[in-house]
Ligand binder design. Structure first.
Ligand SMILES: Cc1cc2nc3c(=O)[nH]c(=O)nc-3n(C[C@H](O)[C@H](O)[C@H](O)COP(=O)(O)O)c2cc1C
Length: 445
């Protein structure tokens, strides 16, 4: 039976009101390493596939053109580069994988390929790389851009960025290292190759100055939704991240991805989608509903427009008294943020319907915390939902549990209640079979 894979998204647990919810740590706050130490060990006890860290490295400042709201309410800030944390967590665990995010819009592929090679060594082959094309102005401003790079161009750069990374990861052949103590020979020069890449965005001689890592290269993940984003994903990803807007749309997205993969001459059977989903599991349905209510109130009202501005790319202090979703989206597209992000966010409205500011904020309050699209229930109800979605979308991949109310409580509920229920149904591993993350992600029978 095809197994469901599970990741856990830690990107927001310390932000956006979650950090003070009942069930979160009371003895420590971000970025205390004790929190991450405990998370890694709990997650591995539950046989999860990976822990995930998203990224954005500017302080959100879309709302009123100021950082104050984001800083005051902890919206998308603070964030650290989580690579040293992953290195530390990997030393306390043996099997769980780690997903790390870097932006191909700003980073250099030589530095990134080298860093990820080192992390793959440190973790013993348990690394995944979520490559993103950044759509946020606050991030761009830290890398010398006054304006965001045009959307399609960001994906051109991503494709060349990945091309360079792949060449660098292959530049030292798997059996190049010799380490012969008798002769003193370290490596075979015939198996270490320059890449001499000269492209539109990058010029990189190579080779990488590092021995090949356990996985050769990290598991590559990408989350494009727009046609250009999906095209890029189809060219190089091992696995796809996608949001969970409802079964019908997810079935359609799976089909879009499959078609795009076939166009690139790749076999869709080997490329899983990991659906990002807000899951609230309780020991009982009543307990889950209680935690859902807590989640809905996680964000103070004053923080709501700040949050929405950051995630849509539109300054919500400038919303007219009456507007349509399509009118606002046209402004967002002009500013080069995601062409689909706001449409997804405001999908409860007909995009041509006139709405008032009050109606909009009212509907968005539950959206901002994830409460409006949370799947809530006891282990049986949640396992039913996961199985139905998994089967309808081709039984490849699994789910990433996102935006929980409070960690560790919600993580413990997943591994103590949901995982055993999935195991009972034959849909979840009972032991890690592989050594590397790539092996564990494909350990179906
Ligand atoms: C599971 C998941 C994780 C994501 N992680 C990040 C992230 O860490 N940083 C970021 O800037 N965008 C992140 N995104 C956004 C995507 O990279 C992408 O920009 C978005 O889905 C819009 O697609 P498009 O660029 O094709 O319009 C994530 C999306 C999903 C579904």
């Amino acid at each position: 039976m095809r197994k469901i894979h599970l990741g856990y998204d830690l990107s927001w647990t310390h932000l956006e009101g979650r950090w003070r919810m009942p069930g979160s740590w009371s003895h420590a706050t971000f970025p205390d390493m004790r929190i991450y130490r405990e998370i890694a060990q709990i997650a591995e006890r539950g046989l999860l596939d990976f822990l995930f860290f998203g990224d954005g490295n500017g302080i959100p400042s879309t709302y009123q053109g100021k950082r104050d709201g984001a800083v005051k309410w902890g919206l998308g800030w603070p964030r650290l580069d989580m690579s040293p944390y992953i290195a530390a967590m990997s030393q306390l665990t043996q099997h769980i994988g780690f997903g790390l995010t870097y932006s191909s819009t700003f980073m250099h592929p030589f530095y990134t390929a080298r860093l990820l090679n080192s992390l793959d060594h440190v973790t013993g082959g348990r690394l995944a790389f979520n490559v993103i094309a950044s759509s946020r102005r606050a991030d761009a401003a830290n890398y010398g851009f006054d304006e965001l790079m045009e959307h399609a161009r960001r994906y051109e750069r991503m494709e060349e960025f990945m091309d360079v990374c792949f060449k660098l990861w292959a530049s030292v052949e798997p059996d190049a290292m010799i380490w012969d103590r008798t002769t003193g020979q370290v490596a075979d020069p015939h198996k270490v190759h320059a890449i001499n890449h000269k492209g539109e965005f990058f010029s990189v001689a190579g080779p990488l100055a590092s021995p090949p890592s356990p996985q050769g290269r990290p598991v590559i993940v990408q989350a494009g939704v727009s046609p250009r984003g999906v095209e890029a994903a189809a060219k190089f990803t091992d696995m796809i991240f996608a949001s969970s807007p409802g079964l019908e749309k997810q079935v359609a997205h799976r089909k879009r991805i499959d078609d795009a993969l076939v166009l690139q001459g790749r076999d869709p059977a080997g490329i899983g989608i990991i659906w990002d989903v807000v899951l609230i599991v309780g020991e009982t349905e009543a307990e889950a509903k209680h935690r859902h209510k807590l989640l809905a109130n996680a964000l103070p009202p004053e923080a709501l427009p700040v949050y929405l501005s950051h995630h849509s790319g539109f300054d919500m202090s400038k919303l007219p008294a009456q507007f349509t979703v399509n009118e606002i989206n046209a402004e967002i597209v002009k500013s080069n943020a995601s062409p689909v992000g706001f449409l997804n966010m405001a999908q409860m409205f007909d995009p041509d319907q006139q709405i008032s500011r009050a109606e909009f904020f009212d509907a968005m309050a539950d959206h901002a915390t994830g409460a409006d699209h949370a799947v809530v229930g006891d282990a049986t109800q949640i396992a039913d939902y996961l199985e139905e979605t998994f089967v309808a979308t081709g039984e490849r991949g699994g789910f990433m549990i996102a935006h929980p109310t409070g960690v560790p409580r919600d993580l413990l509920n997943v591994i103590d209640f949901l995982v055993p229920e999935l195991q009972r149904r034959g849909r979840y591993r009972t032991a890690y079979r592989g050594k590397t993350l790539r092996e564990n992600l494909s350990d179906d029978e």
